[in-house]
Each structure stands twice: as C-alpha cells, then as structure tokens.
Design a binder for this molecule. Structure first.
Ligand code: ZN
Length: 509
C-alpha cells in the first residue's frame, strides 16, 4: 500500500463515467482528464493538498519554463519513477517500521473508531455539516491516507494533550484551480527558483526525514526554521497508528471495493512546542506590529462570514504598518501572480478550512471564488473592491447598533430597541450581498472599474435599506422609538452617500 506506486487516488473522468482509483504515475503521466471524487468537499481538498505536497517534495520543477511545461502536458513515466524510486519506504501506509504518517508504538487502552479520524464527523454542531451515515465504518487505504493527512494538517487536534499541525489550529489553505486534477496540482507546486526566493534555506534541510521516520522528541521545543521542507509539509503532530485492516469490502467513504478495510486506530497524547512560524506554501498570512515587532500568523476562519470578505488577504500582498495590518498571500498564489503576469484569464481560487471552537469543528468552509481576468496585476483594485463592499456592512452595523442602544442627546436619552439588531443585520447583509460581491469580483473590467463600483453601490445601498427597514418596521409605531428610528434612518443615508464612489442622482427616484 504505497502512495507513490499503488492505485489510491479517488477520481472520475471529467467527461463522465464511473469513479475509480488510480496511481500517482497514472495521474501525472496519462492524458486522461480526471477530477477528484470523494463524498465531502473537505476530503477532496485534503486529497488535493496531499497530492500537491507529494509532487512538491518529489518533483519540484526547476524554473518557470519547466513549471509551465508540466502544467501544460503529462510527464514521462521514467521521470516520475526516477524522482520517486528512492522514497518508496517513506510513503507506505503499512510499512513494518515507518508506516506513513503514523507512529509504530502507541500506548492506547482501547482502539478509537474510525469516525474520529474523519475531521468533524462526530463533533460538528453546524447544520451545514451534512454527512452520510456510516461514512467512516471501514476505510480503504487511500481514504485513510487522506484522513490522516487532513487531521494532521488542517483540523483541530483531538483536544487537551494532543497537538495541532505545523501551522497551528485550523489554518485556511488557498489554491488555484486548473482545468483538471493534473494541471491543478502543477499550478500549485513551487518551482525551485521560487523556493530559493521564498524560503532561501529550503535546500539545506531538504534531506530531513519525515516525522514518522525520525520522530519528534517528546516535550521538545523546536525552532520553526529548523524544520525541513518535506518534514514540515507532511508534519504529523499526533501519535496515531492504524489497527490492522479487516476483511475486504466496500470503502464506506469513496465506495470502492478493496481487499483491506481499516476500521479503527490507536491514539495517545503527545506534546512538544514549535517556536516561531514555519513557512508553509499553502496558506495566507496576516502580519501585525506589536511593540515594534512584526507578529505573523496564518489566516483562519474566525467568524461565520463569507469568503469574499477575506479575498484581499488571499491574493493581495500588503506591508505591515503602524495601525495597519499587513498580509501575504500563500506562496503558491504569489508564484502564480509572478508567473502569469498579464497572461492569466479568469482565475478560480479554491479556499478551504474549518472554523473551530477548540477541539470541535463548528463549520466546514470550502469555497471557490472567481476573479476576473487581469487580477494578478490589479491586486490594488481587488483590495479596494472588497473594502468597498465591507464599508456598507460597517455602515449598516453602526446604525443598527444605535437603534439597539438608543441615542444620548444633551438633556435626555432616546430609547433603543434593546435587542442586538446589528448582529441579525450583519448576517442578513452577508447573505443577500454574497451573489453581488462574487459577481463583481468575477466580472470587473480592470481597465475600467467604475461601472462595477456603480453597480455595487446601487445594489448594496438597496440591501442596506431593505435590511434596515425589515428590522426596524416592528418598532415604527412605538412612540418612544419613533425619533431614534428617524435619526438612524437619516444617518444610514448619510453614511451611504459618503461611501459611494460617484455620488449620483441617477437613483434618487
Ligand atoms: Zn476509500
């Protein structure tokens, strides 16, 4: 059961047809166009991320030219075999000594059922988290590899005493979407020249074995910069080992008939500390100034708000300043901007991650955002468009807050509703504006942005007014609230006039 040679990648032909499991050489060297086929979007993204990581560490293209060739056409079987032949031992799920992403000896009293290995399957409280029953009853080796990787890198840990991944708990990952699975992988693999630029010492530590070959020392404090590229990209923070597989049958996740099914695993608490931030190529970063020092962290989903609100962070680089957050897109997105200068068409950005409350996943977020042609050279416009949309949300929130709290005048206080209307208002705003904002980002003409801003102004003004009216109408006939509502209604109009790019008369009617 080797990830480099056996058939484990769950795919279906893009042109239609039955799902099947194929090998890494078949994926990279064949001309058939595939897409991933798993029952959950987070599992598909994890499978993609695992594939990108494998290809990244074993087959990094030398430069832009080779990168572009690999995106465009399949590799030869000889090239793949030559790159993978010395690494077979590290990627075997049932290796007698170094099983992939596991620790051989785990002192656990009882085995843990497989559903714990699928992130969020039994801890979610969110209704968007729809799972089929018995999804983790018995897993094939491909699904197990994806689940092990996802849990180690993207999910919260099992709780107290268990550590989360090398980027911290629940980071956001961003990738470019290609025309099929093979091209998507290569679009998100850094060339060696990019690695030299982004992580100057990557080569020096490239030979470090992964954590399951050379285990992390218990209670160690590990400087982030001492972790090698392969080791960090495939970091396993947990002490986990699969129980021996049971009989053959149908995998409860991907549905394929296999000769071995995994039904449980063992886990044990294990502690260590990473000091500093490990440079991970798949995640955007936020930078803040604290007492003269720049602090960097990975972007995560902290609130239930749509992905477009964070889009600027995913694709626009900004320096950190006083009172001003800096941001850095994921390296794979930075490389794309560098390599595609003026040659990119419409761009589909895959964004994924979990929103968590400690060990519990409360929301699964996997979205595709489309950016209009020219995005890679108009980062500033993308930033402005997102900021513009957010100004309407802030204006609406502000006036609804005043509606709730009331207004202090010189000699008296005007009553408020006492209910937190701003919270409901914000949710409503996001729900109703999402289509408008994503359409604006997908369709904007970067050589003439004004029509898009005017379209947004019109649409977002209407949404703000409608939400305000709906939330305040029930109080209109309350004589004590009448004045508060009249003042805030005027205030909303004033805010909107201030936001508009081109304060027009055209929609005065
Ligand atoms: Zn499976």
């Amino acid at each position: 059961m080797n990830l480099l040679t056996d058939s484990w990648i769950p795919v279906r032909p893009q042109a239609g047809g039955a799902g099947q499991q194929i090998s890494l050489p078949a994926l990279l060297c064949g001309s058939e166009r595939w897409e991933l086929a798993l029952p959950r979007d987070d599992m598909e993204l994890a499978a993609l991320q695992l594939l990108i990581s494998l290809v990244q560490v074993l087959l990094p293209p030398t430069d832009k030219k080779q990168w572009a060739e690999r995106v465009a056409k399949p590799l030869s079987v000889e090239a793949v075999n030559a790159a993978t032949k010395d690494y077979q031992e590290w990627f075997q799920l049932d290796h007698p000594e170094y099983p992939f992403m596991q620790v051989k000896k785990v002192a656990a009293k009882d085995p843990t059922p497989m559903d714990k290995l699928l992130a969020g399957l039994n801890s979610s409280t969110n209704s968007r988290f729809v799972n089929e029953p018995d999804l983790a009853k018995g897993l094939c080796f491909g699904c197990v590899a994806v689940a092990l990787y996802n849990l180690a890198n993207n999910a919260p840990s099992f709780g107290g005493g268990f550590k989360y991944g090398v980027r911290g708990s629940c980071p956001v990952s961003t990738f470019a979407q290609g025309t099929d699975l093979r091209s998507t992988i290569w679009l998100n693999v850094l060339s060696q020249e990019s690695l030299d630029e982004y992580i100057p010492d990557w080569k020096a530590q490239a030979a470090q074995p992964p954590t399951w070959v050379e285990p992390i020392k218990e209670k160690a404090t590990i400087p982030a910069h001492s972790i090698g590229f392969l080791r960090g990209l495939l970091w396993q923070p947990g002490h986990t080992v699969l129980s021996p597989p049971e009989k053959s049958g149908q995998c409860s996740c991907c549905g394929h008939e296999v000769d071995k099914l995994f039904t449980s695993f063992n886990k044990a608490k294990f502690n260590y500390t990473i000091d500093g931030l490990w440079e991970h190529p798949h995640s955007p970063q936020v930078l803040t100034l604290k007492q003269g020092n720049t602090e960097t962290r990975y972007v995560s989903f902290t609130q239930p708000i749509p992905a477009w609100t964070q889009l600027s962070r995913y694709v626009v680089k900004r320096e950190v300043g006083k009172g001003e957050q800096g941001q850095k897109p994921a390296m794979v997105i930075q490389q794309l901007q560098k390599y595609l200068q003026n040659h990119a068409g419409k761009f589909e950005l895959l964004v994924g991650g979990y929103r968590n409350n400690q060990a519990a996943i409360i929301e699964r977020r996997h979205e595709v955002l489309t950016l209009s042609q020219g995005w890679e050279t108009h980062a500033k416009d993308v930033h402005e468009l997102v900021a513009h949309g957010l100004k309407y949300k802030t204006a609406l929130r502000k006036v609804l807050f005043v509606c709730s709290e009331g207004i202090k005048e010189k000699d008296r206080k005007l009553k408020g509703t006492g209910l937190k209307l701003q919270e409901v208002g914000e949710t409503q705003f996001y729900r109703r504006s999402e289509h408008l904002m994503t359409k604006a980002l997908a369709d904007i003409d970067f050589s003439n942005t004004l029509p898009t801003f005017v379209m947004l102004d019109k649409g977002l003004k209407k949404i703000c007014e409608a939400v305000f009216t709906e939330l305040t109408t029930p109080y209109e006939h309350d004589p004590e609230l009448f004045r508060t509502l009249a003042i805030t209604r005027r205030s909303l109009q004033k805010h909107i006039r201030e936001i508009r790019i081109n304060p027009p008369q055209e929609d005065a009617a």
